[in-house]
Design a protein around this ligand. Sequence first.
Ligand code: ADP
Ligand code: ADP
Length: 211
Amino acid sequence: MIIVLLGPPGAGKGTQADLLSAKLGIPKIATGDVLRAALRDGTKRGLEAKAYMDRGDLVPDSVILGILQDVMTSPAAKEGAILDGAVRTVPQAEGLGKMLKEIGKKVDRVLLFDVDDEELVKRLSTRTVCEGCQTPYMGRDPGAKCEKCGGKLVRRKDDEPEAVRNRLEVYRRQTAPVIDWYDDNKMKVLKIDADAPVDAVTKRTLKALGK
Ligand code: ADP
Ligand code: ADP
């Protein structure tokens, strides 16, 4: 099953994608994680993305479609994938649809995590993430240890207030139209009220997926 997770930055896509991945037994693919790993490894793709990411702008569609082409044709995604923040513009939604069609697959479900701006800003301003495996945490200080891999927790540069403001604006301008695009293409977008404790959101999500 191929599941697309949509929602503004801080809506809990990464948190829920990890939990869903464990429950459903399909891998999570987060383009943000792929890009940060590329940056850490100093690859061409990472260096190309850096300036966009630091400002909170979207990296070019061609870079994202290149990543999606690589991962969706890889053996890891044979049983499907949970695409976390991987579709953020209409051209990306179109490109993903086309590439999946070529390999006899399609997007099966689109979920939208809905949270109001005030709560998003609160979550992002206190988020720490593991610099190794990228697991997001709440209520933990930078420098603490990751429960999953023992890596160090850090603040993300793009979680600073100015970049957050820009990311919310970019979401409204460039990503929100993807919701209508899926609706217009006869793919029902399942909206989930994600302003609730993590386990309640997971329950709502599984219910929306019919699980
Ligand atoms: P996204 O991937 O959509 O940007 P994350 O999963 O990284 O969102 O979550 C953003 C921040 O909010 C993290 O610090 C995370 O621990 C926290 N968070 C996630 N889900 C919830 C929730 N249901 N309630 C409160 N905080 C949450
Ligand atoms: P968040 O979880 O807070 O929404 P991500 O880790 O998904 O943030 O993304 C971080 C940054 O990586 C984005 O602000 C953007 O610069 C870049 N990025 C990730 N995915 C995409 C995408 N599908 N299209 C364009 N840029 C992306």
